[in-house]
Design a protein. Structure first.
Length: 76
């Protein structure tokens, strides 16, 4: 069994209805779900954080990382 775990549940995750500590029969299924969660959370949440999945063998951990304040980017 392989587990996808959110390392730190931010308030957006808690409100999202997404499930933490999901288990899968195969590593491929776990990696796919982790990437889907990583992408959805980074795009749909409040943008205070972004998320990154890390393969730790039998467990895929999604880290919460504070989005850096980047005043140098001017995309207008």
């Amino acid at each position: 069994m392989y587990t996808v775990r959110i390392e730190k549940e931010c308030s957006c995750f808690k409100k999202s209805g997404f499930e933490n500590n999901q288990t899968f029969e195969t590593k491929a299924e776990a990696l796919l779900q982790a990437k889907v969660l990583e992408c959805r959370m980074s795009q749909e949440f409040c943008h205070t954080h972004y998320f990154e999945a890390e393969d730790r063998g039998d467990e895929i951990v999604i880290h919460t990382i504070v989005t850096p304040d980047d005043d140098d980017d001017d995309w207008d």
